[in-house]
Design a protein around this ligand. Structure first.
Ligand code: NAD
Ligand code: ZN
Length: 235
């Protein structure tokens, strides 16, 4: 295996599960009788905006009640100490990586704490509910929506992600089911470019066969252990 200098870490809902945020495909995969995927589409927002806003308002309220766990803390430590390149690509819309202190990261599926105007494209930080405050402060259209990539929309910052994956020596996937593309394809791209690949997940995922190694267990235990291995004796 070549020396490891550049690392890409992909995280999914599983890394936030021990903080108390529900994953999509677990036993809680329904929300008020709706399949979660059905409230996260542009078609749903057009047909039933009240439902979609209620769903995200509830997610935003839940976020205020939780804290980063040992896995977020360990990645933030890796970010602080690792001297090579590191990019944490999260599919999560929560802000737990940032709250733990990570900075070399991006949200490929958007953020709960950001609003996007569908009319003029303005983005703004957002806290609290959105359903009753849809008027854009920039253009006055009643067009605010969660700044979240719905199913069927293009993820953010794909060029930056592709470039990091093409040049990384190690690709690590944490707490993701490998069911949502393009993220589910990152492991194969990383391998194609010669990177070592490691998966940390509670269950074997749809992508497990593509990884050099898979470790099965909770992120709150596996991630700190892996970060300790990477940092060895470094503080
Ligand atoms: P997913 O719900 O499809 O899969 C979660 C994965 O995490 C599963 O493979 C499960 O085995 C694993 N897991 C559950 N608990 C774990 C734990 N304690 N430790 C390690 N792994 C654990 O989530 P996904 O792959 O991220 O894809 C679904 C989409 O849902 C993403 O696009 C994401 O944006 C969105 N989502 C985000 C959040 C969040 O921001 N916290 C929560 C739910 C869904
Ligand atoms: Zn606007």
């Amino acid at each position: 295996m070549r020396d490891i200098e550049n690392i890409v870490v992909l995280t999914g809902a599983g890394i936030s599960a021990e903080s108390g945020l529900a994953t999509f495909r677990g036993p809680d995969g329904l929300w008020e009788g709706h399949r979660v995927e059905d409230v996260c589409t542009p078609e749903a927002l057009a047909a039933n905006p009240a439902l979609v806003h209620r769903f995200y308002d509830a997610r935003r309220a839940a976020l205020a009640q939780v804290r980063p766990n040992a896995a977020h803390d360990a990645l933030a430590r890796l970010d602080r100490v690792w001297t090579g390149d590191l990019l944490i690509v999260t599919q999560n819309v929560d802000d737990l990586h940032e709250r733990a202190g990570a900075t070399r990261m991006l949200h490929m599926h958007g953020e709960l704490l950001s609003a996007l105007c569908a009319a003029c494209g303005t983005r703004m930080p957002w806290a609290g509910d959105m359903h009753d405050r849809l008027t854009c402060p920039a253009c006055a259209a009643p067009a605010l929506r969660p700044d979240i990539v719905f199913f069927g929309e293009m993820p953010y910052q794909m060029e930056r992600i592709d470039a990091a994956i093409a040049t990384c020596d190690l690709f690590v996937s944490i707490g993701t089911s490998g069911a949502v593309y393009p993220a589910a394809g990152f492991v194969r791209t990383a391998r194609h470019h010669g990177a070592a690949t490691l998966e940390l997940n509670l269950d074997p995922s749809a992508s497990s066969i593509y990884f050099d190694r898979t470790r099965i267990g909770p992120a709150g235990t596996l991630v700190p252990a892996w970060v300790n291995e990477m940092l060895g004796g470094i503080a």
